[in-house]
Design a protein around this ligand. Structure first.
Ligand code: PGA
Length: 237
């Protein structure tokens, strides 16, 4: 990971029209500029190109990520977004999010295929891990994961903690920090591990103050720019 930590990722999921998204970028860009770490925004795939254009024109420090990529390299795969197609405009891609597994049947082997394609395309994977067992499986099947670990942002995100735009139900920061530490010990002491699941402005500092947690993947609380700014500010303190 070459970008500064803390790394905070806004996963906007299937939310916002382009006008709302454009307004969100206008409000967050000034904070990304003065933030000590890195802020990544992951819009719906339809708006990636327009967001890239806007961020470039305005010389914004915000980084751009995709919420997913295809498990196929390229070709006749209707509706898919190949890693190579976003490589010029996205620095990051979320891979293995539990909603892809829950609603779209993504398997652990699909995740590994996507991971490899992202790395080949030089798009940094934000790899979601529901638990340590999942990491063990990935490591046992794919030695390249360990070798490429400096290019990957690992996210400990227990599916039970995801708010899904409902009630916030975060993991205990102590437990999350312990699991983030276990991920590091299996990968490398330098591995960047962040936490995801119901982060909001009231609990963010509790997670980000932990030594093993280098940032967060934020869903619901990223949608309102003023709330997201409060999360960034709580880390800067
Ligand atoms: P949440 O979502 O912050 O709404 O829990 C996080 C995520 O799904 O990445």
């Amino acid at each position: 990971m070459n970008d500064a930590t803390p790394l905070v990722v806004a996963n906007l999921k299937a939310n916002k029209t382009w006008d709302e998204m454009s307004d969100w970028l206008d409000q967050i860009s000034p904070f990304a500029e003065k933030f000590s770490g890195t802020v990544v925004v992951c819009p719906t795939s339809a708006f990636i190109a327009a967001a890239h254009q806007k961020l470039q024109t305005e010389n914004s420090k915000l980084k751009l990520g995709s919420q997913d990529i295809s498990k196929f390299e390229h070709g006749a795969y209707t509706g898919e977004l190949a890693a190579s197609q976003i490589a010029d405009i996205c620095q990051y891609a979320i891979i293995g999010h539990s909603e892809r597994k829950k609603f779209f049947g993504e398997t652990p082997d699909d995740v590994l295929a996507k991971l490899k394609l992202a790395l080949d395309a030089k798009v940094k994977p934000i790899l979601c891990l529901a638990n340590i067992e999942e990491l063990d499986y990935y490591l046992s099947k794919s030695p390249f994961l360990q070798e490429a670990s400096s290019q990957i942002c690992f996210v400990y995100e227990p599916p039970s903690a995801i708010s899904a735009q409902g009630e916030y139900k975060p993991d205990d920061p102590e437990v999350a920090a312990k699991i983030a530490g276990s991920i590091k010990s299996k990968i490398s002491p330098e591995a960047v591990v962040i936490y995801g699941g119901s982060i909001n402005s009231n609990n963010a500092a509790g997670f980000f103050s932990k030594e093993s947690i280098k940032g967060g993947l934020v869903g619901q609380a990223s949608l309102d720019p003023s709330h997201f700014v409060r999360i960034l500010e709580s880390i800067s303190r």
